[in-house]
Design a protein around this ligand. Structure first.
Ligand code: U5P
Length: 277
């Protein structure tokens, strides 16, 4: 997890202190962040599954959240059923979040009422590139969650806004553009989520997982997380775990938690930090 820790250290040292719109729910206090604009890190997925080891990260919540995105859901009922609370702060009284990731990924509303399943299209596109490396979709394998016409209706405008796949010599790589990144609380989740997505898409298209490339817009550390970040940076990373995907997986809309196995995850102790909302 060197690339993540190097980025955390970079922003801790060189981030510019800025006011943000975020507040701490416990006190209502506005919170500043140390911030940089524009960074990129990359993870070779063959070298291990990039789950942060310098603090304990809740992989189960990450896996369930991704399954929930892939089902196209925007109601927290599925997450609640599985004890995942990460979206609770943003849901309305019926558990609805508006047209967030699941809606945009699986049923983007087009101009003339056409509904676009971007994930299904991208999987079909990857299969076409596997058949023919010169297929016209080869450099167009994109899923966007940033739907300008629907931003106002979303509980939170998408932080992970757009991702692209690339097929090279039997390996599937994924690059994410994340417009805004809470490096201490959000990013360990975001890295693991997209690494897992890359493994899942590779599994259903008969490819090996290649690289996950993570590109950032505003990468920041909230000032209420500085002590935890310093503690984390004093810890030595442990060997990375592996991920195993059930060989029978065919359909991304029907992935179950049991088809995903995290093997050999060891970490330092959890570090708590209050989320800025
Ligand atoms: N955030 C993440 N990753 C996520 C979701 C949210 O880091 O998956 C963080 C953003 O970095 C930011 C906040 O700190 O949530 C959203 O606020 P804003 O960028 O919309 O102002």
């Amino acid at each position: 997890m060197r690339p993540y820790l190097d980025l955390l250290r970079d922003v801790r040292r060189h981030g510019v202190r800025k006011p943000t719109r975020a507040v701490l729910r416990s006190t209502g206090e506005k919170i500043d962040a140390l911030s940089v604009f524009g960074r990129q890190v990359r993870f070779d997925l063959a070298a291990g599954f990039p789950l942060v080891t310098t603090k304990k990260v809740a992989f189960n919540a990450i896996a369930h959240e991704l399954i929930w995105f892939l089902r196209g859901s925007t109601n927290i009922a599925y997450l609640r059923e599985h004890g995942v609370t990460i979206w609770d702060e943003w849901a309305d009284e019926h558990g609805e979040l508006g047209p967030v990731y699941g809606k945009q990924w699986r049923s983007w509303r087009g101009a003339d009422g056409e509904v676009v399943d971007q994930v299904a299209r991208v999987v079909a596109g990857i299969r076409a590139v596997v058949e023919d490396p010169a297929a016209s979709v080869g450099r167009r394998l994109i899923v966007s969650a940033w739907n300008p016409a629907e931003i106002e209706e979303m509980a939170l405008p998408p932080c992970h806004t757009l991702f692209q796949f690339s097929v090279t010599e039997g390996r599937l790589s994924c690059q994410l553009y994340q417009r805004s990144a809470d490096l201490f609380l959000g990013v360990p989740f975001n890295i693991a989520s997209y690494a897992l997505l890359t493994h899942l898409v590779a599994a259903v298209t008969g490819l090996e997982a290649g690289e996950f490339v993570h590109t950032f817009g505003d990468a920041h550390i909230y000032t209420n997380h500085l002590a935890q970040v310093d503690e984390q940076l004093s810890r030595d990373p442990l060997p990375l775990p592996r991920i195993e995907i059930d060989a029978g997986l065919r359909d991304l809309s029907a992935v179950s938690r049991e088809q995903i196995r995290l093997v050999g995850y060891r970490s330092h102790a959890a570090l708590r930090g209050e989320v800025a909302v």
